[in-house]
Design a protein around this ligand. Structure first.
Ligand code: 6LW
Length: 509
């Protein structure tokens, strides 16, 4: 089959997939963003719709105070006996969880804590007798002590009582590369296959596989391991790993996996973070043979427009450590979005920021922001309301453009370094824009960058650029991030409204 790649663009790492009847269901990691763990659905493995989220209400994860990098790590989605299962780590929070649902669109259960299976990347598989096996990576995210990586571990689990039925057993842990993780266990043609990732999620990322006759092992490694890696190659899609196998509609096989698209002369910076890709698989002599991942972007790009005319917010909006509904509301007639800031801004851990995954390498977002009527505005700071557009990796890495009264301010925050640019504008609503384009050699060391980000506003009918910034500081590599670029609207003070929001993207030629 000829697949588009990225398959699901933007921040969508650690994909796991299950085929039930004619339907495909795919889940990805969301870390500290809520709603968490989107479920994407497809019938052809090519076109995908987001049909819901596993985590759509308080209490399912303990996200409020998770550190950056914490939260929903690496879900595994499976189907057994009429029920969908998602096993996931709520890292640095609730720990190992299993969610269930009759309908993958939701609602999902509250999440059962599984005692005695401490680690990450929990997989679920059942043998012929219905015994459940949880196979996982022995990385303790509670202590964060990655020096004590326990390799790939396995326990039989009681999924009703929420506990391991035995002490963790060590199973096959790969070829000796760093961080054996992302295990998935499959039964195929008389063997049990244990597929894992190793080499770490950076450029050394790889997929290796072993097989045995029992789900508990012992497992014998494939002499051809690793069966997938882009390490030390010039391939445009790097970091390929963390795969899950699935049968294609035509009876063949494919692997979904995460990858990155590093850019710049030294191919060092990936603006969008870890995305979901797919590649064909064939079976030879009882082992899967995986094709290198080919870049094949969808043609035509994509547009999104929200006039906020529906009281229910579009499911593509995400927020940090809080649900969008805690600070954002849409109202009909005329459709508009209201954001309320509790005094926290983009530098804080729970900003009033409502964002969407950046999906294209060339993308412009725009919105009409209103911080108060002209009559309300005093001569200086006006109403005190402030808000605008932002693009972020985390609370220490973001660029923004914001209106407060008649002051327009562009701001860049990169770790402990901050810079602002301001100018005065006439009172009233203002159209703001953030334009992401391919690296511009005129901006800093553009040829080394992932992209250029321009912070702009339409003032008196003219597009004004307050700052043009080097995009590499908002990349997965610079932020040492597991997430990706998320761009959207925010309020940093008081109450701010937005009449509309648009994004328009395409892949560079
Ligand atoms: C995930 C691990 C990994 O748990 O990164 O790339 C971790 N793989 O398997 C966070 O996504």
């Amino acid at each position: 089959m000829n697949f588009p790649n990225p398959l699901i663009p933007g921040f969508n790492p650690d994909p796991s997939i299950v085929k039930v009847g004619e339907g495909y269901y795919l889940a990805t990691s969301t870390f500290d963003y809520l709603p968490g763990i989107p479920i994407y659905h497809s019938t052809d493995l090519v076109n995908w719709d987001r049909i819901g989220h596993v985590v759509d209400r308080e209490g399912q994860l303990d996200s409020r105070d998770v550190p950056t990098l914490g939260g929903a790590w690496a879900p595994t989605i499976r189907f057994h006996d009429g029920l969908f299962y998602v096993a996931v780590t709520d890292a640095m929070a609730r720990g190992t969880l299993v969610f269930t649902a009759k309908d993958p669109a939701g609602p999902w259960s509250d999440g059962l804590v599984i005692e005695g299976a401490i680690g990450i990347d929990q997989d679920l598989a059942w043998d012929e007798d219905g015994t459940a096996y949880m196979t996982y990576s022995g990385l303790d995210t509670v202590t964060g002590n990655i020096g004590e990586h326990g390799g790939i571990l396995q326990v039989r689990v009681d999924l009703e009582a929420g506990r391991a039925l035995e002490e963790p057993r060590s199973v096959w842990s790969g070829t000796g590369l760093m961080f054996p993780e992302a295990p998935h266990l499959y039964r195929h043609d008389g063997y049990w296959y244990l597929m894992i990732a190793e080499g770490g999620t950076e450029r050394g990322h790889s997929v290796s596989i072993a097989r045995g006759t029992s789900p508990a092992g012992p497992f014998e490694g494939n002499p051809a391991n690793p069966i997938l890696s882009a390490r030390s190659t010039e391939r445009p899609i790097q970091n390929t790993g963390h795969g899950d196998l699935v049968q294609t509609p035509d009876g063949g096989w494919a692997m979904v996996l995460l990858g990155m698209r590093p850019k710049g002369m030294t191919r060092a910076f990936s603006a969008l973070g870890r995305e979901t890709f797919i590649t064909p698989v064939t079976w030879e002599d009882g082992w899967p043979v995986v094709e290198p991942v080919i870049l094949h972007p969808r043609t035509g790009g994509g547009e999104f427009e929200d006039n906020f005319a529906d009281a229910e917010l579009d499911g593509g909006w995400i927020a940090v450590r809080r649900f969008p509904g805690t600070f954002a509301s849409a109202e009909k007639n005329p459709g508009r979005l209201t954001l309320v800031s509790d005094g926290t801004g983009l530098d804080d851990s729970r900003p009033s920021f409502l964002g969407r995954r950046q999906r294209y390498q060339v993308e412009t977002i725009s919105a009409l922001v209103d911080t108060g009527s002209p009559e309300e505005l005093g001569t200086h700071a006006g109403t005190g309301n402030a808000g605008g557009l932002a693009v972020r990796y985390d609370e220490a890495h973001h660029y923004s453009i914001e209106l407060k009264g008649t002051t327009l301010m562009a701001r860049a925050r990169i770790s402990s370094i901050e810079q602002c640019w301001t100018r005065q504008v006439p009172p009233g609503p203002l159209e703001l824009r953030i334009e992401t384009r391919q690296p511009d050699s005129g901006v800093g060391f553009g040829h080394l960058s992932s992209d250029t980000i321009a912070l702009q506003a339409v003032v008196d009918g003219e597009l004004v650029t307050l700052a043009e910034l080097d995009g590499r500081y908002l990349s997965a590599e610079t932020a040492a991030s597991f997430t990706g670029r998320v761009a959207g609207v925010f309020a940093s003070s008081g109450t701010v409204t937005f009449d509309w929001f648009r994004s328009e993207g395409r892949e560079p030629q």
